[in-house]
Write a protein that binds this ligand. Structure first.
Ligand code: KG4
Length: 338
């Protein structure tokens, strides 16, 4: 019997819906919200309102592209958290309403879980997927975690950021340079033309496998501020070198702890996930690292790195197969770990 799951993602500023049938992706529609750009960050109230406007057309389009009607669905999976509560409420309420109307179950998905399981989204039957156990470096706008993945549902966080996430380091430093939000992709583009050894920024000394990016951010701010005093055109003249040096420092920090985690666990594969895993420098560095260590690197397609409902649908599919459904009175949550 064929199992068809609708996934809904609304945890931050992307409204997304996807259909997965028997583990194969049939559609993945994402409406990104432009409304936040002029504010230099996501404005929660505006995000909730945009989700309200987007959710019906996005879900309709996902069903249309998959070539199915609502009655073909076996369950509705949705991101229950973590994320912005108002945004999550839109997706959660919509998913529950639709499931009640269709008389099918809902499946709640942890957003971070979804990022890890994005490596199991298959676009065709021949596609290879990771074998357990592996380490997932989850790097996004809200998280930087090293996760030991033993199975679809057994995940252990080995290390986490104690302050900013890797994406925040990109975005906040980009803001200092006057780049639009989110700054990560702009730094990525500029870094390709700069000298990565031009500037030296602070590196953290944090025990175990935890991360910290706030010191780097402060040292970046001071470097820019001090140089601007001497030359008001400093940022414009040196933006590529600043971006390249920043990106290299972030990658070095990420890889230092990742290497320790691989050593400690002896895993034979590393996967990356979350928005920052779209970064060209990060992708290249992970591939080189894995080649040197003789282990497998799992680098996701860029469309599956940032927030998307395909990852929610695949996580929902696995939970559905286990019979793990969500009672209708479970509310969304804003903060929790994997
Ligand atoms: O996973 P994600 O879409 O959602 C949140 O956690 O909010 O990640 C968004 C983050 C932002 O910080 C953004 O700047 C970063 O991912 N990002 C990048 C790139 N593309 C997105 N950072 C560096 N290089 C990129 N190419």
């Amino acid at each position: 019997m064929s199992i068809t799951i609708l996934g809904i993602e609304s945890s931050c500023d992307d409204t997304s819906a996807a259909v997965i049938s028997d583990g194969l992706l049939k559609s993945n529609v994402i409406a990104s919200q432009k409304v936040h750009q002029e504010f230099g960050g996501v404005v929660p109230e505006l995000a909730s309102r945009a989700h309200q406007q987007n959710i019906v057309p996005v879900v309709s389009e996902a069903l249309r592209q998959a070539g199915i009607s609502p009655s073909d669905l076996d369950a509705v999976a949705f991101t229950r958290g973590p994320g912005l509560l108002g945004s999550l409420l839109v997706g959660t309420s919509f998913a529950k309403g639709m499931a009640i109307g269709l008389n099918i179950p809902t499946v709640d998905v942890n957003h971070l879980h979804g990022h890890v399981l994005s490596h199991f989204i298959k676009e065709d039957d021949s596609q290879a997927v990771p074998e357990f156990p592996f380490i997932c470096l989850l790097i996004s706008g809200g998280n930087s975690q090293i996760i030991l993945v033993r199975s679809y549902f057994d995940m252990e966080i080995l290390g986490s950021t104690i302050d900013d996430a890797a994406g925040e380091a990109f975005d906040k430093c980009a803001k200092v340079m006057g780049l639009p939000y989110p700054g990560g992709p702009h730094i990525d583009r500029l870094a390709a033309e700069g000298n990565a050894d031009a500037f030296k920024f602070a590196r953290p000394h944090i025990p175990e496998l935890d991360y910290s990016f706030s010191g780097l951010k402060t040292s970046f701010l001071y470097t820019v501020r001090d140089n601007l005093k001497a030359d008001s055109g400093f940022i414009e003249k040196r933006k590529a070198d600043l971006a390249a040096s920043l990106q290299k420092t972030i990658i070095d920090i990420l890889l230092d702890k990742l290497a320790k985690a691989v050593e400690k666990t002896g895993v034979k594969a590393v996967a990356i996930g979350g928005g920052v895993s779209a970064n060209s420098g990060v992708r290249g560095a992970i591939e080189n690292f894995c080649r040197r260590k003789g282990i497998k690197a799992w680098i996701p397609k860029r469309s599956f790195t940032t927030d998307n409902a395909a990852m929610v649908a695949i996580a929902g599919y696995f939970k559905y197969l286990e019979g793990e459904f969500c009672p209708l009175d479970l509310p969304p949550y804003s903060k929790v770990e994997v």
